[in-house]
Ligand binder design. Structure first.
Ligand SMILES: [Zn+2]
Length: 320
């Protein structure tokens, strides 16, 4: 028996993950197409200098435009999110129809507690017919967000032919890393909404992410020269998001000799504010929010969030 099994094993294609790779980047160089580092790393030099330098050809690249262009090209798919802050882990897995298989994404460079935004399974054919994967769930299917980082898969035959077959399946998972900041959950919800093509809530959450990361910075500065109560009332009752973004933030940044938020990003945030206000106050534009609007808004929010992270240490430094 042992010998028969060994012979069979030697003839069968290897089952399991054949290769896996994880990518995080924020667009690519328009000149040589080399991928730029992820937003978390390329954001600070971009905010400081107004460009990033392509590691390969040394071209000065407008990071905002590079990220937005790539995301808009893929706007109808969750792969768009890969260019504006999310990661993408792709596998080629050999599967036998009828077999159950689990893949723990954290074993393939996905951070623990990452939020999986989207999964994709594409059959690559097989010598005896194609195989694809179905995601398994318990009696009550849960939204993707509640399923952690493990993929639970059943391999099934795709198309005519013998039920027993082995084939390759290309799998990709788009995910967002965890982050400790208080505004991060809003950004996660915005990414999730875009992944689900629910664009109106995406804009509401995206703006909230920027607002929640910007307002405490401004409030802290005001609190140096006014009572906590006065500042709180001013922030709550008088200082709108628009004035904070367009007047107060640039003013304080200039006073602190910090680079201002890049104009195209501020412009996109203003456009999103108008769309968000239409959604909140009139409700009528909800259906009119397009994939382009959502991608541009989310991109602006992701950059805006990283900009606030970039200026935060200087905002909190003691007065000289
Ligand atoms: Zn280049």
């Amino acid at each position: 028996m042992g010998e028969t099994n060994q012979t069979h094993a030697a003839k069968a294609p290897a089952l399991g993950v054949k290769w896996a790779h994880t990518r995080e980047s924020s667009g690519s160089c328009p000149k040589c197409q080399y991928r730029l580092p992820r937003l978390l790393d390329s954001g600070p030099p971009y905010f400081r200098d107004g460009f990033v330098v392509c590691e390969k050809c040394k071209e000065r690249v407008d990071l905002w435009q590079a990220a937005l262009d790539h995301a808009k090209m893929l706007k109808e798919t969750a792969w768009a999110l890969e260019w504006i802050g999310a990661g993408n882990t792709a596998f080629l897995v050999s599967m036998k129809a009828g077999d159950y298989c689990e893949i723990e994404l954290t074993e393939h460079a996905v951070p623990a507690n990452a939020r999986i935004l989207s999964t994709n399974f594409t059959s690559q054919g097989g010598p005896n017919g194609a195989v694809t994967a179905l995601e398994w769930h318990g009696n009550t299917p849960q939204p993707r967000r509640n399923q952690g980082t493990k993929l639970r898969l059943w391999a099934i035959p795709l198309g005519d032919g013998a039920a027993s077959r082995i084939g390759d399946v290309a799998i990709s998972a788009v995910w967002l890393r965890p982050d400790d900041s208080a505004a991060w959950p809003y950004l996660v919800s915005a990414f999730e909404s875009v992944a689900e093509k629910d664009y109106a809530p995406a804009l509401v959450f995206a703006q909230s992410a920027v607002e929640a990361s910007m307002m405490p910075l401004i409030s802290d500065r005001f609190g140096r020269h006014a009572s906590a109560e006065r500042v709180k009332n001013f922030m709550k009752g008088a200082l709108t998001y628009g004035y904070a973004l367009n007047v107060v933030l640039p003013y304080i940044c200039a006073e602190l000799k910090l680079p201002k938020i890049p104009d195209p990003i501020r412009g996109a945030l203003n456009k999103m504010r108008d769309e968000r206000n239409d959604i909140i106050h009139e409700g009528s534009r909800r259906a009119g929010i397009t994939a382009d609007d959502a991608i541009e808004g989310l991109c602006a929010a992701a950059f805006g969030f990283e900009y606030m992270r970039f200026i935060a240490p200087s905002f909190s430094r003691p007065n000289e």
